[in-house]
Design a protein around this ligand. Structure first.
Ligand SMILES: Cc1cc2nc3c(=O)[nH]c(=O)nc-3n(C[C@H](O)[C@H](O)[C@H](O)COP(=O)(O)OP(=O)(O)OC[C@H]3O[C@@H](n4cnc5c(N)ncnc54)[C@H](O)[C@@H]3O)c2cc1C
Length: 495
């Protein structure tokens, strides 16, 4: 197993100990200090968070006949964990969520409805490069011994077997949920594996999918993710989940949905407090606005909701879910070259290794063939403070994999999610004990407060597909209540 410093930037999980945004915003138990009275507005439904999930929820509610849906977003842009970045004239890349597979049916359908095209992943002819324990190998041929390959299959079978026991979307209901949630993946691997590559293979899947160390994630959380994506192969086979990206970047989906909602999307408006007093309407408050509404949807990672004060206090299980949820912030950089030089050396641009600053690298060259673009995910040692120093250490990692030509970059564009105030993390590794105890509160509405965000999805949670499915699910939950009360009409019968 790879050895890493005990506290690295990559292993910096934002968990229960992190400062809540309430403190950052000058809010406390008694509410937020304000100098001027709040401007008042009304809406049928308020959606908090203009990421994919929140915008899909708003769009679906509008389709269902809800006249007034207001989306309130903390950032001055929409898209949340998706962001498009220009690396060369007209060449856009994704600084956040990027790739989807053909199994991601809801987001592909949404893209089609919105007129956002898809782009095939870069051609993958040639070999991947591996760099472990200082040894560089091109191709998988000599990577592991027969004994290691056998153990690897056994470990995968065991994990698949456990995943098969879990009910879809409710791993906490499995008969052995508590048992699986008692141990970390590090613990389980130590008990079940004796070869270097047996452990390393799973370790890499944990690192790539969750951006954490095996001791940061429980066995139940890991096998729940296997279940959620439909199998370990899909979680580990990076190419399978990277079939297509969206032209213009996946943020385009949110941009188009927000355009259709027009001035009902309020940017730069962090929600500080939600008051659900049964005697009156729900109140959603920002520093300058109070919106009265019938229902509110909170569409973000549970950990992000720590920045919102709820009145009355949330039930113990929901409050525990929010305070114990961990997010792991990731680092993603695009390094641009005149041409994809690695292809001339029969390499496909995929590189995985240890002891380097960026440990997962892929070819992100546009279909036109130029410029050559590598996308690199951060790992290991703490990254330096300045962009010039980060560029230097990232480039040195690329040299280790691809040789001296990697020094000739013409552009370097990075996205450091660790420094993003409004996102706790990119993925959700959960420590032992969290999922089995607090999981049942994930989707359960609290009064008129409903919960969206990718993590609440029964399938593909933590992916853009999960965000879309969660948005659809929470919108239909709210629409059903509004229909029941006669606030919106029943859907017209077809035929
Ligand atoms: C580096 C990286 C790589 C990824 N790669 C992939 C990939 O290849 N494929 C894939 O499918 N997925 C990928 N993902 C995950 C995917 O991007 C997310 O799962 C998905 O975009 C989450 O959408 P969401 O709407 O649920 O949450 P978010 O996008 O997090 O949206 C939540 C929104 O709520 C806002 N907010 C937070 N607090 C407040 C507040 N108090 N008031 C108002 N607004 C608030 C936030 O600003 C944000 O806009 C990746 C993510 C990252 C970061």
């Amino acid at each position: 197993m790879r050895l890493r410093p005990p506290f690295t930037r990559r292993s910096f999980l934002r968990g229960a100990a992190s400062l809540g945004g309430g403190l950052l915003l000058g809010c406390g138990r008694g509410g937020c200090a304000r100098s001027a009275p709040l401007e008042r507005r009304t809406a049928g439904v308020v959606v908090v968070g203009a990421g994919l999930s929140g915008l899909v929820a708003a769009r679906e509610l509008r389709k269902a006949g809800v006249g007034s849906v207001v989306v309130v977003e903390a950032r001055n842009r929409v898209g949340g964990l998706t962001i498009s970045q220009e690396v060369s004239q007209g060449v856009m890349v994704d600084g956040g969520g990027a790739w989807v597979s053909p199994k991601h049916t809801r987001i592909l359908a949404l893209a089609e409805e919105l007129g956002v095209g898809t782009v095939d992943a870069a051609e993958s002819k040639g070999n991947p490069v591996f760099l472990f324990d200082g040894v560089r190998v091109a191709g998988t041929g000599r990577l592991f011994s027969r004994a290691e390959a056998r153990e690897l299959r056994q470990l995968r079978d065991k994990l698949e077997g456990m995943a098969a026991e879990l009910p879809v979307g409710a791993p906490w209901d499995a008969p052995r949920a508590a048992e699986y949630d008692e141990v970390s993946m590090a613990h389980w691997l130590a008990d079940n594996s004796s070869t270097v590559w047996g452990r390393r293979d799973i370790d890499l899947a944990i690192d790539f999918t969750f951006g954490c160390q095996p001791y940061d994630i429980s066995l139940l959380r890991f096998v729940a993710a296997v279940k959620s994506v439909g199998g370990l192969e899909r979680l580990m086979a990076i190419s399978d989940s990277q079939d297509v990206s969206f032209s213009g970047g996946s943020q385009m989906l949110s941009v188009k949905m927000a355009e259709a909602l027009g001035d009902q999307v309020l940017l730069a408006s962090p929600v500080t407090r939600i008051v659900d007093d049964p005697a009156g309407p729900v109140r959603v408050e920002t520093e300058r606005l109070s919106i009265e509404c019938g229902h509110v949807i909170v569409a973000m990672m549970p950990a992000d909701a720590r920045r919102i004060e709820f009145e009355p206090e949330l039930p113990e299980l929901k409050a525990g879910l929010i305070s114990n949820w961990t997010g792991s912030p990731d680092y993603k950089a695009h390094i641009v070259y005149k041409t994809p030089f690695w292809r001339n050396n029969r390499l496909n641009g995929t590189a995985v290794g240890d002891g380097v600053v960026v440990d997962f690298i892929f070819d992100s060259t546009p279909a036109a063939g130029t410029p050559g673009v590598l996308v690199a995910f951060g790992a290991g040692e703490e990254l330096p403070a300045t962009v010039d120093d980060r560029k230097e250490v990232v480039t040195q990692s690329l040299v280790s994999f691809f040789g001296e030509e990697a020094l000739d970059a013409i552009n370097f564009v990075e996205m450091d999610w660790l420094t993003e105030e409004w996102s706790t993390g990119c993925a959700s590794p959960l420590a032992p004990g969290v999922l089995s105890k607090y999981g049942p509160a994930l989707r359960q509405p609290v009064g008129r407060i409903h919960w969206g965000g990718s993590e609440t999805s029964a399938e593909f949670d933590g992916f853009m597909e999960g965000a879309v499915r969660a948005g659809e699910r929470v919108a239909s939950e709210v629409a059903a209540i509004l229909r029941e009360s006669g606030a919106i009409p029943a859907p017209a019968k077809s035929g």
